[in-house]
Design a protein around this ligand. Structure first.
Ligand code: SF4
Length: 370
């Protein structure tokens, strides 16, 4: 029997809005779970193929020793005595490009690079720019996460051809100072606005499980959805409580509560990629499947997210096969563009070369808070 998918009708929530009130967001969040999921899945189907998933990958180009004090982060110099993580220097440009070349050969078209900085120093910008230019010259899209940026930094990155900048708002404005004291919520929004004004695409989300209230989670999404433009990517992380950080004893997030946040993000930002980011190792297949049904359509792949574990690509592929999901076609490319030696199996992975040994000992933060 042939089964035809009937397009679902538009709903009131299925418009691009930037004027959400916290009350209406909270009311959607609090819907009976089945109604919430149905609504989120309906919105998703209007804008995306629900059986396709975007795969992203990170390379840590500079690990540890960060001057910020984010309570969840192993890369903070403030927590180094507890975590034992040593700071590394900025990776050499040629080494980054060599990793990127391998990624390209395996089919990657987007390459994400993260550095554990409060903000980049002038002396580092030349290398960072060379990395962006070098990766762009290979024909891949670039994404960077480097902390707060000045106008000058943004211009340099834009001129180098940077496509995306990741800068998460972490949590609500109200709860922010309970987690981070070395910068303010407004600092985050300033950098996001500089990046957007320069014409660089925005990747920005937050973390669930920092000890925040449900209201804080909703407010975080209201802030993102009420930006002048929605972030093109919205990573939603589930806290990985890292030993030696101030949040090492945080309670695990209730899976249903987490899925509600994914669904709300999907409904409020219908055309954004909602990325299931850090914390997937703690999620069952069933929980991830529910997140995908609720509107998550992007993941980080690979066995580490900087320092934190992540399900390997094999495990992901088994899950995708069970769910009948396939990686999204590479933007502007074809399945065979990646290179003659690339096998079909490799092309179904994220195609990235994987983190270096240094990056593998880094942290989850490029996916959670940068
Ligand atoms: S989350 Fe980012 S900014 Fe915060 S301490 Fe870690 S590396 Fe630094």
């Amino acid at each position: 029997m042939n089964v035809h998918v009937v397009p679902t009708p538009a709903t009131a929530a299925d418009s691009i809005r930037h004027d959400w009130t916290r009350e209406e967001a909270q009311a959607i969040h609090d819907l009976p779970f089945n109604d919430l999921l149905f609504r989120a899945a309906t919105v998703q189907r209007r804008h995306f193929d629900p059986n396709k998933i975007q795969l992203a990958r990170l390379l840590s180009i500079k690990t540890g020793g960060c001057a910020e004090d984010c309570g969840y982060c192993s890369q903070s110099a403030h927590h180094a005595s507890g975590t034992g993580l040593k700071a590394s220097k900025l990776m050499e440009v040629e080494r980054v490009l060599s990793e990127a070349r391998k990624a390209k050969a395996q089919g990657a078209t987007r390459y994400c690079m993260g550095a554990a900085w409060r903000s980049p120093k002038n002396r580092d910008m030349a290398s960072v720019v060379a990395m962006v230019e070098g990766v762009k010259a290979m024909g891949m899209e670039t994404c960077m996460t480097l902390g707060m940026l000045s106008d000058d930094d943004v211009l340099k990155l834009k001129d180098a051809g940077l496509d995306y900048y990741n800068h998460n708002i972490d949590t609500s404005e109200r709860y922010y100072a309970s987690i981070i004291k070395t910068r303010t919520f407004a600092d985050r929004l300033d950098t996001l606005s500089r990046v957007r004004d320069a014409g660089i695409k925005v990747c920005s989300g937050g973390i669930v499980g920092l000890g925040e209230t449900i209201e804080d989670r909703v407010d975080m999404l209201v802030t993102l959805a009420n930006l002048p433009e929605h972030p093109e990517s919205v990573p939603i992380n589930m806290l990985i409580a890292i030993a030696g950080t101030p949040l090492e004893d945080q309670k695990k997030v209730d899976p249903i509560a987490f899925v509600r946040i994914i669904a709300l993000a999907r409904i409020m930002m219908p055309t954004s990629y909602v990325r299931l980011s850090a914390g997937r190792t703690e999620m069952s297949d069933e929980m991830q499947a529910m997140c995908f049904f609720a509107g998550a359509n992007s993941i980080f792949c690979g066995e580490t997210l900087l320092t934190a574990d992540n399900p390997g690509e094999d495990k992901d592929q088994v899950l995708f096969a069970k769910l009948g999901m396939t990686p999204e076609a590479l933007e502007g490319g074809t399945d065979t563009e990646a290179g003659d030696e690339t096998t079909a199996t490799e092309r179904t992975s994220c195609g990235c070369a994987g983190p270096s040994a240094e990056a593998a000992s880094s942290c989850m933060t490029a996916t959670s808070a940068r």
